[in-house]
Design a protein around this ligand. Sequence first.
Ligand code: SAH
Ligand code: SF4
Length: 411
Amino acid sequence: MTEPTAPITQDVLTFPRKDAPEGTGKVNLVGLTRDGLREVLIAAGTPEKQAKMRVGQVWQWIYQKGVRDFAEMTNLAKDYRAKLDAAFEIRLPELVTKQVSDDGTRKYLVRIAGGHEVEIVYIPETDRGTLCVSSQVGCTLTCSFCHTGTQKLVRNLTAGEIVGQIMLARDDLGDWTRAGEGMGERPRLVSNIVLMGMGEPLYNFDAVRDAMKIAMDGEGISLSRRRITLSTSGVVPEIARAGEEIGCMLAISFHATTNETRDKLVPINKRWNIEDLLEALKAYPKLSNSERITFEYVMLDGVNDTDEDARRLVRLIAGIPAKINLIPFNEWPGAPYRRSSPERIKAFANIIYKAGYASPIRKPRGEDIMAACGQLKSATERARKSRAEIAAEAGLGEVRIGGYVTGAGGE
Ligand code: SAH
Ligand code: SF4
């Protein structure tokens, strides 16, 4: 077994890049939609008649080949390349550290404008590679089991910073289409995207939508909408919009089968409760047996993991084409919960299975580098909420920890 690799810095990347998080003052092309790109190219002197073609060419260089220097865009005239270089830049978030887990999971810490930091996780599997990207620095919500929830929202990420995370991983993995190679000739290393990193994607709707549209564009990163999963805690009014404007797969942080428990675990439930949420899900477009909604359910010892919970869960979601994803709780320092025992998780999974649902238990990945779901949190300690604040916001009087009761109040 290999030792987990210590954090290593940018200079050992496959493709060394020099990204200044604050940029150069030039307009960054990364994150512009096709229309946005067209506008800025015209503003920089591209004749309108040529604009469509130039957008296509620049787009392919950036999003298919991963080129970051206008000088390499060899199908453009030299003076036009110089013009682009004078007005624009192609800038990704700055890579601060990269950690590689025993199991091959990679965690990148990146810095964005303002000096803020977010994390990205790459999970390789035999037949695919999933990249877990962040949508916000911190989160406005305060789910009481989530490490990100202990960090106040610092800001929304821009579309460029979101799609930039995918590009950065492609850089590191050497996952771009190479010179002389046809698109899609080699299997993709980043074949799936999950919006399950830091933040609530539906509270940063426009940037998430634009970034995912760019990722889906067939002349660029070219990921099918069915390989992109957006996870939400349940921002009910934005769910239909996600279906219409992004069209990706949906995962719901369900986590409880009564409003009383869900209010404590996922406090947004106090605004839109289980009934409101289920109604919005039933109306999600394209819902079918081949495009099912994933119900994420974190297994917390003594909190939401009884046989009765399992039975209630299948009753609640009856009629919705669904997958249930059981997530053993990933502990973090100071977390007010414990993971349910493997026997409890199996018994819970069995009830769901007998009711006709596949109920995969998510295998925690990258635990040795704190890269597992819900463990992401920037090291910006000044932005940290105290447990008392979280407990107060969640209306959490006391929390049961594996058999004994503890006040959630003290830090
Ligand atoms: N804000 C979005 C997406 C990010 S969280 C959401 O809440 O859905 C991604 C998933 O990880 C969610 O299902 C979340 O509930 C879960 N999660 C958060 N903290 C966790 C932890 N400590 N252990 C296991 N899963 C966790
Ligand atoms: Fe935010 Fe999702 Fe964590 Fe809740 S689970 S605090 S919504 S990131």
